[in-house]
Design a protein around this ligand. Structure first.
Ligand code: ITT
Ligand code: NA
Length: 185
């Protein structure tokens, strides 16, 4: 089967393709700017985005809204992650975290899939914000995030390795399990 992935983010597409292609799910990127509402949760942002997009698409599609939630900053940047990444970047986050002792943070990914109905899949990965950028793979906040029980930052991992423990990998795993249950060949 094929599904459209509505996103502007090539890094997300690479991860989704790497996860889903071997399972026989062909992922095609489409760039359609859908409104990302100001909301308190990623689930609300995704729900609104899917309900807006469904009128423009006539085949199954999904979107992914993600965020980095830093404990010492009360969950910031969270739902504002895209804007903060664009404006402050990793350097800005490192500056905000300068001398901050509690460096705990988590990434969360929410996938909204639509096939006539909306289905939500989520994944979380806990870890820490390190003191300097490390690694060249991945995208976004990957160079400053060290997942729990790992010596490598997300940016020091190849896609398969990141997928195995990442928030998006976990959301994709739920999504894949659901597809398998609902499309038994
Ligand atoms: P869309 O078009 O899919 O919305 P986006 O890049 O705007 O792409 P989000 O709205 O989900 O994505 O914003 C999340 C921000 O967090 C964005 O700046 C990403 O670079 C970053 N981010 C998301 N997933 C990440 C991951 O797995 N690793 C590192 N940074 C990530
Ligand atoms: Na976005």
């Amino acid at each position: 089967m094929r599904v459209l992935f509505i996103t502007s983010n090539k890094g997300k597409v690479k991860e989704a393709k790497t996860y889903l292609s071997p399972l026989g799910v062909k992922v095609l990127q489409r760039q359609i700017d859908y409104p990302e509402i100001q909301a308190n949760t990623l689930e609300e942002v995704v729900g609104f985005g899917v309900m807006w997009l469904k009128d423009y698409l006539d085949e199954p599609f999904f979107i992914d809204d993600s965020g980095l939630f830093i404990e010492a900053l009360n969950g910031f940047p969270g739902v504002y992650s895209a804007y903060i990444y664009k404006t402050l970047g990793n350097e800005g986050i490192l500056k905000l975290m300068n001398e901050v002792k509690n460096r705990r943070a988590y990434f969360k990914s929410v996938i909204g899939y639509y096939d006539g109905r909306i289905h939500i899949f989520t994944g979380i990965t806990r870890g820490h914000i390190i003191n300097e950028k490390r690694g060249k793979y991945g995208f976004g906040f990957d160079p400053i995030f060290l997942p729990e029980n790992s010596k490598k930052t997300f940016a020091e991992m190849q896609t398969e390795e990141k997928n195995r423990i990442s928030h998006r990998g976990r959301a994709l795993a739920e999504f894949a399990r659901w597809l398998k249950e609902n499309f038994k060949k």
